[in-house]
Ligand binder design. Sequence first.
Ligand SMILES: Cc1cc2nc3c(=O)[nH]c(=O)nc-3n(C[C@H](O)[C@H](O)[C@H](O)COP(=O)(O)OP(=O)(O)OC[C@H]3O[C@@H](n4cnc5c(N)ncnc54)[C@H](O)[C@@H]3O)c2cc1C
Length: 347
Amino acid sequence: MSAQQTQDIAIVGAGVIGLTTAWILCDFGLGPRIKVIAKHTPEDRSVDYTSPWAGANFCSISSGDEKALRWDRITYNRLAYLANTRKESGVVFADLRELWDYDPNLEKIRSWSSYVKDFKTIPKEELPENCLYGHTGTTFLINVPQYLNFIHSILNDSGVTFVKEEIKHINDVLQFVPNPTVVFNCPGVWASTLGGVEDPDVYPTRGHVVCVDAPHIKETRIRNGTNSDTYIIPRPFNGGVVLGGFMQKGNWDREIHPEDTQDILKRTAALMPELFQHQGPEAAKIIYEAVGFRPSRNGGARVELDTLPGTKFPLIHDYGASGTGYQAGYGMAFDSVMLSLPLIKFA
Ligand SMILES: Cc1cc2nc3c(=O)[nH]c(=O)nc-3n(C[C@H](O)[C@H](O)[C@H](O)COP(=O)(O)OP(=O)(O)OC[C@H]3O[C@@H](n4cnc5c(N)ncnc54)[C@H](O)[C@@H]3O)c2cc1C
């Protein structure tokens, strides 16, 4: 049998969601049956490929609905396992300090306090001016390029193959996997335009990050403001410190604007004066800057089995992670794989 004949599982997309889906399938020994079809893979950097631009940390950015909270909890446990046992994954435990200028979602805080290690509410008298709530806890920092390469190399070692192509319509997967048992659809924000899917609820939440050299910073700090969100995310293993940012809904602007850079540097210097050794934003040593589009979706991420009219294969959607692809992605991928298992014949 040729390799093509044995491959009956297709995955569209090689962002953190598609890669994690393939990784879980490999745990069932399915690697040689998987073909990933993706325009971008972990060595690429493009404004159209969101995953490399994430900070990434684990914070309270998720929505407060039951599914999102469950995906966070599952992924927290997985990231803890990686931080404890697989240093090469790029995942480490780290102190988180998160502040709000408005009342946070109580469901989320309740859920978090039940499993986040060392979770503590910050006493009111210790909060900065105009801040209504804050908490600390032990979560994670992820060196994102390292994490993506780590999964990519596990997939290569497990027999997964990659086709670097853009498809126009979901049915185009048949050119690469002629008789799929199942197709996973993980195209990120491009679920809005991919033919046959064209989900009108998907939209970009634009971000802009400034990565600086500041190896003395080890803590991740976030201020959820009424008009802006400011975050400082040190990437472990000398990956720089990622500063942000913006959460601009429906904004497809691909350009970096110098006034936005200055705004990010000013806000992060105020949030953590030691960031630039108390010398202010002028002292920032910028390594790179980037714009990225978080794949957001009205109603939350979509993880479900679908049968499209005219499509001859079971299709499992897994997209719409918005700002949580790293902190919730394992939970999302886990659910999508669980949907597929009854369809797959194990020899
Ligand atoms: C500034 C910023 C900061 C962030 N910080 C964090 C954080 O701290 N923590 C966190 O958890 N998350 C964070 N995120 C969110 C996280 O990056 C996303 O949730 C995640 O990357 C989404 O992954 P994805 O696999 O769905 O999409 P993507 O990474 O965009 O991958 C999509 C894949 O599908 C492929 N594709 C799409 N269309 C087609 C097609 N037609 N044909 C072939 N291939 C196609 C692409 O080439 C790519 O391989 C951040 C995002 C941004 C922008």
